[in-house]
Ligand binder design. Structure first.
Ligand code: MG
Length: 252
């Protein structure tokens, strides 16, 4: 009996460790939590590469004159980006002294960083027509630099996700807003990138998604205990502000 128990726990542990081995790191807004970096800066993209992230996440919004820029908030210095020309915001500095990067300048740096993906979040825009312009401009730039197989897409906007699923069926498009079931995402041709609380509310979803072949990413997980628990459940990706904590757990 003792032997059987030992065997069972060994199998269980081996199962857990093989599950956690599959979870990959996505650096949220790049790796910004260190000297000289800043959220959504080119320095944060380079730093993600240095910590061997699977992917570096970034946020994209389109300006009124059609330039996709890398920025999280829809406003900067009181100006709504989608209603503002690039000229008016181009010299605004991030916390590390860089100016707000254009998405194209981000891609140009990204082409020099092999073996990492870009996880491109296209932000919801106030006007649907601007969401469509953002999708078109982002996809056109990715095609220009022939980076189609190095980009995953995410969005809180179902409109943007649907446009992307239609436009780039070869890429992973994951929905962020947390309320659509794995089966419905499967029907829509989308993956799942939800806040961890969505899985506390729907504890069967990780397993259901795995069975359906829907990829599971969880944001924004900074607590090592939660990271470990999600790794043990075999989620595909963890998006975090703390990539070094993630790497420490993976190394254990
Ligand atoms: Mg984001």
């Amino acid at each position: 009996m003792k032997k059987l128990l030992l065997t069972c726990s060994f199998v269980l542990l081996a199962g857990l460790s093989s599950l956690s081995a599959q979870t990959q790191l996505v650096a949220h807004r790049g790796f910004w939590d260190r000297e000289g970096s800043a959220q959504n800066s080119i320095a944060s993209l380079v730093a993600s590469h240095e910590v061997h992230a699977y992917g570096s996440e970034l946020d994209v919004i389109i300006t009124a004159d059609g330039i996709p820029v890398v920025h999280h908030d829809d406003e900067v210095q009181g100006m709504r980006i989608e209603d503002t020309s690039y000229e008016q915001i181009k010299d605004i500095q991030l916390q590390n002294g860089e100016v707000i990067p254009t998405f194209e300048s981000y891609l140009q740096k990204f082409t020099t960083l092999p073996d990492m993906k870009l996880v491109v979040e296209i932000k919801p825009h106030k006007r649907v027509v601007n969401e469509d312009r953002a999708v078109n401009a982002v996809v056109a730039l990715i095609e220009k630099y022939q980076l189609e197989n190095r980009v995953d897409y995410i969005s809180f906007s179902m409109n943007i996700c649907k446009e992307l699923a239609d436009r780039v069926p070869y890429a992973s498009v994951a929905y962020l807003n947390g309320e659509v079931s794995p089966a419905d995402l499967k029907r829509l041709g989308m993956d799942m990138d939800y806040h961890y609380k969505a899985f506390e509310k729907n504890p069967t979803w990780i397993q259901e998604a795995k069975e359906l072949g829907v990829k599971v990413n969880v944001w924004t997980v900074n607590d090592p205990a939660l990271m470990q628990s999600l790794m043990d459940q075999g989620v595909d990706f963890i998006t975090t502000d703390k990539p070094l904590e993630f790497n420490k757990l993976k190394a254990e």
